[in-house]
Design a protein around this ligand. Structure first.
Ligand SMILES: [Zn+2]
Length: 318
């Protein structure tokens, strides 16, 4: 049974595969606590739970929270949200960097200044097997990232550790990829070379691309496509995002796509007012209210929508 913040559940139901509850900058909050984006756990937890309850009312049962180390993961706060909402939250482990590793890891391990064992995989496995921090919440997804810089040395170490933890635990992998440089292919090559079955991998942010040949190649290699940034219009507008999903459905790939917004209930790294003005649809309800109806208008069937929202997530977490 898939693990969630509240413990294992029999069925995840309709699932958004790439969201975030909280994105936090602990060092900023420690040192400049009076910033307007300031942090109050109980207040932010109540706000987040209300947003998730509104999502539940639209028929979504589960969100996968891909906040890992590097994005300000703080699971005790997510646990409080989980107490307050009916939505299942799946926790993740991994590390988010486009380039160098945080010094804790960068100064350890192979090829580093001081050498010694690489602790990344050990930490990831601990999050999955024993739980994150002292919460007992078990991670059910592994995440690694590469972006416009390609597979840097730091990224490669994270991918290797994620692959090792995946092979040890069976927990699926999702990536953050850079579609403009067709970065998902490089990610697949590395993970495949490390013995990962690419059918257990979601290439995240594939939906930023309008290059159907690229998406076909990712699918042919076995992975799922994360059509997971609905609402981030500056990278790819609504029209293009729905057109790509509809086209891929028409080509028979509904069984290989998952949906999401990559939204945050609260994120201190964005100016919330600016984001609301410039990306009015960048919120948890956009898929239910705007994307699904538009996909239906474009001929995507109820069965295909069910695959993307229910069947594929179920298979990924099998
Ligand atoms: Zn994300």
């Amino acid at each position: 049974m898939p693990e969630t913040v509240r413990g294992p559940v029999a069925d995840l139901g309709a699932t958004l595969m790439h969201e975030h509850v909280f994105g936090l900058s602990p060092e900023i909050l420690w040192n400049w606590p009076d910033v307007p984006e300031g942090w109050d756990l109980e207040r932010r937890a109540r706000e987040a739970a209300a947003k998730l309850d509104a999502l539940k009312a639209e028929g979504v049962d589960t969100v996968v929270d891909l906040t890992v180390v590097g994005l300000g993961r703080y699971v005790p706060a997510v646990q409080r949200v989980a107490e307050l909402t009916g939505v299942n939250i799946v926790a993740a482990t991994g590390l988010y960097t486009y380039d160098a590793l945080p010094p804790y890891f960068g100064n350890r391990g192979p090829g580093s200044l001081f050498g010694g064992p690489d602790r990344l995989a050990e930490f990831f496995v601990r999050d999955i097997a024993e739980g994150i921090g002292r919460t007992g919440v078990k991670a059910a997804m592994l995440k690694c990232a590469s972006d416009h810089l390609g597979m840097t040395k730091g990224c490669e170490r994270v991918f290797r550790a994620v692959a090792e933890a995946h092979l040890a635990t069976g927990v699926p992998i999702t990536t953050h990829s850079h579609s403009a440089s067709r970065g998902g292919l490089e990610q697949q090559r590395l993970l495949g070379s490390l013995g990962v079955d690419l059918e257990r991998v979601v290439i995240g942010h594939a939906g930023d691309s309008t290059d159907l040949a690229y998406l076909e190649e990712l699918v042919a290699n076995g992975s799922y496509l994360g059509m997971d940034r609905f609402g981030i219009e500056t990278i790819s507008p609504f029209e293009d995002r729905v057109a790509v999903v509809a086209a891929m459905c028409e080509r028979g790939h509904a069984g290989k796509m998952v949906l999401g917004h990559d939204s945050y209930c609260f994120n201190d790294r964005f100016d919330a007012d600016v984001v609301r003005r410039r990306h009015p649809n960048y919120h948890l309800l956009h898929i239910s209210r705007d994307v699904v109806p538009e996909l239906r208008r474009r001929g995507v069937t109820g069965d295909q929508l069910h695959q993307m929202l229910v069947g594929n997530p179920r298979r990924i977490f099998r």
